[in-house]
Design a protein around this ligand. Sequence first.
Ligand code: PMV
Length: 319
Amino acid sequence: MSETKGQTAIAHTNIALIKYWGKADPVLNLPTTSSLSLTLDEYYTKTRVEEADEDSLLINELPQDGKRVHQFLNILREEMGNFPPLRVISENKVPLSAGLASSASSFAALTAAVAKHNGWDLSLEELSRLARRGSGSATRSFFPDFAIWDKGHDDKSSYAHHLDVPDLPIALVVCRISGMVKKVSSSDGMQRAQTSPNYQAWVDESAKQLEDMKVALANADLDRVGQIAEKNALAMHDLNLTATKQRFTYFNQNTMKVLNEVKALRAKGYIAYATMDAGPNVKIITNREQAEAIKEYLAERFRKIQFDIATPGPGISYE
Ligand code: PMV
């Protein structure tokens, strides 16, 4: 029996240290700020595309409503020229409860698999630009370690690139507080946050923080990296609370308790800084040496929360 013609790509998810939280153009997914991320080794999506009779999507062997994928494939068809319908078969190793964006690794892997399958000769930056239309955070999942998504000013100029920095012993303690599907999607959350009177100040501050972050990374100053990332993330979540239209929060009681412990850990002399995305889960920025001790410290205090340690991960790959 001949094997169905297809292509497989693997993309790892990423955590933003300087966040994307607002759209300048919701159709093109152009962001209001540039963002900076760390690709993670432990969580990834492996996606195979195969020619089929219609576009469809299977995640971890379960058939899904493939509307978002079908829409995205149509964007690729408009951009790159038509191609036949595809069956998309995804293996997602980003647990929902980790609160990490599986959309980042999913759309990066899908874009790469479709491009390779169709024989498009594209650079990582060009792939990143295309993936942006599926999910903004996917722009940064093509690159190993650190990446910057330059916000750009139009469809052509908004994509991510790799940021080369000296070796940094960074690690992340991922606190899996809740695996519930988020009650406010990231697109909806951004729209609401953009109604906060503090929104423009956050955008302005974010540009400065990005420059400070580049310096901190160049100096391999992990404390400074953590300080800037925590400030940027907490201010992002403050926008949700101060939105004038449908204000909301992703925090729950355990989020607050873990955030307090992060402060307590710092007072004890640990490198420990918090970052959070569109959900209640806290990720603690620390170094490789202290990650295990922090995990044990928290596991003793929070018996019901699961903790993972994540480290810098690779860029896109193919099978
Ligand atoms: O691209 P989306 O829709 O997955 O939005 C990502 C938003 C955050 O995860 C909160 C921040 C970021 O830059 O990844």
